[in-house]
Design a protein around this ligand. Structure first.
Ligand SMILES: [Zn+2]
Length: 336
């Protein structure tokens, strides 16, 4: 049955290319059934969202959990025009579809490709390149690139909570091979802040000066912080406020990596995941798009225990404004 569905949709190649990585999950799925847990696996994805109609019905439920409402007047007196996948508002006669006014509306891409791309970006720990996505979805590189940027933009946490408890702060440098031998490499600074057993923030900083780092710390660490761990870099004593200085512990990396609880190992492990993502997956990330990749990495990392990650990302996609292609491709100097 599953293979019939796959053949019908031309998804079998996609399925087989992903099969290896998912073989264990699939065995669990066959043994225990999809209801075993809430986590979405590839089999369930294909069964539940393997056609336009199924995707459309799901979007409708996510968008109007209490029943379809007219986007124009808010009325719930709606008639369905099944043949055209549309609704007709009985109160104001406005006609609309489940995708009207959302990011999915003007897309020429089938909905199941949106669903599969979202799933892949949620599930790939190190991220997925536009090249790989274009091979899997059988789209052009440009389409896959634009698609992944729009999904990435939807993943952005607009009002993240400030971190507290024990936090580790560290800085790292990304990329920047010189174009000519005499050019200085354009390294990008990334400040990482990780709450132990909690969330991660990766922030693209203009530089690694104390004044810059101070603003980043102010924006990301709350007054409920208990311990702040950094290395012995001279940046931090100047970047912390008076209260934070009293909570500051440092580790001397030339001597040891951890001194009991005093270490920055958890933020460094996030850096190594980021670097493997950039080196192995994205290959080359421009300074302009670096913040978007950092946000994507944080979103996935901070949702690592969320069994409803796919659904939550779909809800964010429905609510997200459309990111225009010309905005993404504009040079930094012209970008708003
Ligand atoms: Zn209406």
């Amino acid at each position: 049955m599953l293979l019939q569905v796959l053949n019908h949709l031309g998804m079998e190649q996609v399925f087989y290319s992903l099969f290896r990585g998912h073989v264990l999950r699939m065995l669990l799925f066959l043994l225990h059934g999809a209801s075993m847990n809430n986590e979405l696996d590839l089999c369930t994805l294909i069964q539940d969202f393997g056609s336009e109609e199924k995707c459309r019905t799901y979007l409708e439920k996510l968008r109007w959990p209490k029943g379809v409402h007219c986007p124009s007047c808010g009325s719930d007196k709606i008639s369905r025009i099944t043949a055209r996948n549309q609704f007709d508002c009985d109160a104001c006669r406005y006609q609309f579809s489940a995708t009207a006014g959302t990011i999915f509306h003007d897309t020429h891409l089938p909905l199941w490709k949106w669903f599969l791309a979202t799933y892949l970006l949620c599930e790939s720990r190190k991220g997925m390149s536009a090249n790989q996505l274009s091979r899997m979805l059988k789209t052009t590189y440009k389409t896959a690139w634009y698609l992944s940027h729009r999904i990435r933009a939807a993943m952005l946490e607009t009002t993240p909570e400030k971190l507290g408890g024990t936090v580790e702060i560290d800085e790292t440098y990304i990329g920047g091979k010189p174009r000519k031998w005499r050019d200085r490499p354009e390294k990008q600074v990334v400040i990482g802040i990780r709450q132990r057993n909690g969330d991660l923030r990766l922030i693209h900083a203009e530089d690694a000066k104390s004044a810059t780092v101070r603003e980043i710390i102010k924006a990301n660490i709350g007054s409920h912080v208990e311990v702040i761990v950094t290395d012995e870099s001279a940046i931090y004593p100047w970047a912390l406020n008076k209260m934070q200085k009293n909570l500051h512990r440092t580790i001397n990396h030339s001597k040891h990596y951890a001194h009991g609880d005093v270490h920055t190992n958890t933020v460094e492990s996030a850096f190594s995941l980021l670097k493997r993502g950039i080196v192995g997956t994205w290959h080359k990330v421009s300074a302009k798009h670096l913040p978007a990749y950092l946000d994507e990495m944080c979103f996935r990392f901070n949702n690592r225990k969320n069994p409803f990650l796919f659904r939550d990302t779909m809800i964010k996609l429905i609510d997200s404004p459309n990111l225009e292609y010309k905005h993404l491709t504009a040079k930094l100097s012209d970008a708003a």
